[in-house]
Ligand binder design. Sequence first.
Ligand SMILES: Cc1cc2nc3c(=O)[nH]c(=O)nc-3n(C[C@H](O)[C@H](O)[C@H](O)COP(=O)(O)OP(=O)(O)OC[C@H]3O[C@@H](n4cnc5c(N)ncnc54)[C@H](O)[C@@H]3O)c2cc1C
Length: 309
Amino acid sequence: MAIVDPNMPYDVVIVGGGPAGLSAALALGRARKQVLLCDSGPRRNQRAAHLHNFVTRDGTPPEEFRQIARQQLARYPNVKVRDLRIESISGAKGAFTLRAGQEALEARRIILCVGMIDEPPPIEGFQELWGHAVFQCPYCHGWEAKERPWGYLARDSAMLHFAIMLRGWSKEVTVFTGGAFELPPHDRADLEEAGVRVETAAVARLMHQGLSLQGVALSDGRSVACEALFIHPAQRHVEVIAALGLSLDQDGLVKVDPMTRETSIPGVYAAGDLCTRAQGAMFAAAAGIHAAGMVNHELTAALVKEGLL
Ligand SMILES: Cc1cc2nc3c(=O)[nH]c(=O)nc-3n(C[C@H](O)[C@H](O)[C@H](O)COP(=O)(O)OP(=O)(O)OC[C@H]3O[C@@H](n4cnc5c(N)ncnc54)[C@H](O)[C@@H]3O)c2cc1C
């Protein structure tokens, strides 16, 4: 039985059906809200064969992860899931309009869970190997490549300590700066002390056979053995986020209130990769349920006040 007039707009439209959006939909479904989850694909980890480091789902193919979540959502008649790309969002708290092609969808509240788009560097071999031998996260894919020669392709000096952490999985770690920045002497000393090799020459290409990385070829003609390469690639927001004009933090991520996960636009909440550098499926799912709980709390009070509950 519907808990609000069926002619009324959705209580909440969730934009994005990755771990954050699916988790938000589950919580709001169980809280008896009228929910629409829209997902346009592709998912961020679509190049990865398996999802790791998500308790009870370690080793699950990412597509299967999403299918299980959608099957579980199907138990809740008040939750609709559609393969739909949201192109624009207008309106204000209580009466938002989301456009998808010719369709206009109306909602009282919105949760943005659209993830981020990775921008791969223009290095030959990178695209093919992304998600197979080139990764963002050692917790996700390090175990399978442990004790092999590893590399970290650093884009600036801010994350050089990351290479020292990689030593937990491999004794042979090389940092490639690609000549992109000056290596601060104290960082060089820390890396050397940790047994991490440093290569400052530009990276010419990734040497691979099929999806197996073999080494990193440098512009000066040398090459370094490397079977797993880590990188934090540049990222950009999907168009609908860029168009909304939300407040962003110093890293360009969507700013949310830490308690409520509300963005700078009242009634619009956000969860998942678009808000954080801690980008992992479990983090995203947790943020999704957090946003859902906060939306539900606030919206329920509003519905009661309006006499709709
Ligand atoms: C190669 C790779 C491997 C990874 N492996 C792991 C791993 O093993 N374990 C782990 O914990 N993490 C892993 N991650 C990180 C993990 O995938 C992300 O942290 C997680 O998917 C973020 O979830 P999310 O819900 O925020 O965004 P996403 O999973 O990116 O989902 C966002 C969804 O929103 C959709 N969308 C975007 N714009 C719109 C729109 N306008 N309208 C409708 N839908 C839209 C997208 O198509 C996408 O389906 C990996 C990442 C990469 C890149």
